[in-house]
Design a protein around this ligand. Structure first.
Ligand code: FAD
Ligand code: 8RB
Length: 459
């Protein structure tokens, strides 16, 4: 047996990227006594304000919240969060309606400000002894010499490392450097839809202009708008639409005039809410969306990727950050348990890759649901049936949204069960328009025959 078998890995880590996952990873390791350095390209947001100063919000769900609890950050984060109880659907014709995500206020998601979240995490990381190096952009890595070179205010500075954790986001520089040593089999599947952000400011009395405790959706078939509340009583609106092709697309709606016309026809109720529509539309760029797949996330014991750097996804399940946070908890556990860094990184990749691929897939599917189905009667009947079957079989049948957003069962398990459940829902609602006409005996039998009892992870 090798002499070092069973010995803990050298507890010294360098994290590239001090964004959401990097800052959380720093806390989880520093609080376990690891020596942690974080190198972040941008300046310190606590000094300089958060990039751009625009309020960008994110939906936080149970997976992310659980990770924040491990880091002792949940209290400070929730204090500034806005509760979202459900989808507030705004059809083009007909009355807007709230479709609750869960059964009560314990099953909700939270809208949080990205800048404030990052600052909370950086403060806690520092309080546990992590060393934060801002204005340090990773440029290149010599893996044999274990030396990383960063650009710091125009100057190149080199720092030795024991091992690197790549939390440098979808455009990861570390990933590019690793690819020179090992074939990561990287591929990105770009969506042919892009997005643009707009803003709903507070009303004249400084209050929210629409229902604050909801995630708003304006489904329009092939495209949609959504809006998430900010704690300063604004909403960030995102328009998702094809980049090219027939009207409407970002190619045909390419200036303020065309945007005004599109919103007059398709989103008339939002016009009085977005006073600076023309200005926002012209100023803000069209963002791209895609899914990043890699066959490998690590280079033996020297580097490992997590979060967007390893598995960027489309936004439609609101799980990118939640999944990145779950990665951090998993990797911290692997690093505590495994005898070497190489073993820990390999175990992390083996454990998390199937789950990352599952949520990437579910995120793509949820676009169709949001933009096209949330005002479809057949779909709404299936949602009602989901709730009814949950009541009849609470240990076996849990609605898809709840498995992803309110539980911590592995994403791959949520996907598998959702597919089985969908078959049951489709079969039981075929040819009927009301729950009263469901053949309950058949539906119950299908649940018992197909779905094993479910157990969530312990607190
Ligand atoms: P990031 O948060 O992107 O952090 C990467 C960090 O690395 C940054 O600080 C960056 O400056 C730094 N960096 C980059 N290159 C270098 C370098 N060369 N050297 C040093 N540092 C570097 N997810 C959700 O779960 N719910 C949501 O509602 C949601 N909404 C979103 C809304 C928008 C507009 C966007 C863009 C994303 C949203 N996401 C959401 C996804 C979420 O933001 C990401 O999945 C999450 O931030 C990933 O965390 P990360 O730490 O891997 O990457
Ligand atoms: N990235 C979200 C959901 C699911 C909502 C539901 C969807 C904007 C970029 Cl599109 C989207 C969800 O099924 O009812 N929860 O949280 C967040 C979403 O978009 C975020 C704000 C977003 N992410 C590039 C833009």
């Amino acid at each position: 047996m090798p002499a070092e078998a069973g010995a803990a890995p050298q507890r010294d880590i360098t994290i590239v990227g001090g964004g959401l996952a990097g800052a959380l990873m720093a806390i989880l390791l520093a609080q376990r006594g690891w020596s942690v350095d974080v190198f972040e390209r941008r300046g310190d947001p606590r000094v300089e304000g958060y990039a751009g100063g625009r309020s960008i919000n994110l939906a936080l769900a149970e997976r992310g919240l659980h990770a924040l609890r491990q880091a002792g950050a949940d209290g400070a984060v929730l204090q500034q969060a806005v509760m979202m109880r459900g989808r507030f659907v705004h059809p083009l014709h007909g009355a807007p309606n709230l479709q609750p995500y869960g059964r009560d206020d314990s099953e909700v998601i939270w809208s949080i400000n990205r800048g404030e979240l990052n600052i909370v995490l950086l403060d806690i990381a520092e309080s546990h002894g992590a060393r934060l190096h801002f204005d340090h952009a990773l440029e290149r890595v010599e893996f044999d010499a274990k030396l990383a070179t960063y650009r710091n205010h125009g100057l190149e500075v080199a720092h030795p490392f024991n091992a690197l954790v790549g939390a440098d986001g979808a455009g990861s520089t570390l990933r590019g450097q690793m690819a020179a040593h090992v074939d990561l089999a990287e591929r990105t599947e770009w969506l042919d839809h892009g997005y643009k952000e707009l803003e709903i400011p507070p009303d004249a009395r400084g209050g929210f202009r629409i229902e604050p405790n909801a995630l708003h959706i304006w489904p329009r078939g092939h495209y949609m708008c959504i809006a998430l509340p900010n704690d300063e009583r604004t909403f960030t609106v995102t328009l998702f639409m094809p980049k090219d092709g027939p009207h409407p697309s970002f190619a045909t709606v390419d200036d303020a005039e065309a945007a005004q016309a599109l919103f007059e026809r398709q989103f008339p109720d939002t016009l009085p809410l977005i006073p600076d529509l023309r200005r926002d539309y012209e100023r803000n760029p069209v963002g791209s969306l895609g899914t990043l797949y890699l066959d490998r996330w690590h280079l033996d014991g020297r580097a490992v990727l997590l979060g967007d750097a390893a598995h960027a996804m489309v936004p439609f399940h609101g799980q990118g950050m939640n999944c990145a946070f779950e990665d951090c908890v998993a990797l911290a556990g692997n690093l505590q348990r495994e005898p070497s860094l190489a073993d820990a990184f390999a175990a992390f990749e083996a454990g998390r890759k199937p789950d990352a691929e599952a949520i990437q897939h579910m995120a793509l599917e949820n676009y169709i649901e949001m933009r096209d189905l949330v005002d479809d009667p057949g779909f709404l009947l299936q949602r009602q049936l989901e709730l009814a079957l949950q009541q009849r079989h609470p240990d076996r049948f849990v609605p898809h949204y709840a498995m992803v957003s309110f539980m911590r069962i592995p994403y791959s398990q949520a996907l598998r069960r959702s597919e089985l459940q969908r078959d049951i829902l489709v079969a039981a609602t075929r040819g009927i328009t009301s729950l009263e006409d469901v053949d309950w005996q058949r539906a119950d039998a299908a649940v018992l025959a197909t779905l094993e009892p479910l157990e969530d992870s312990p607190a």
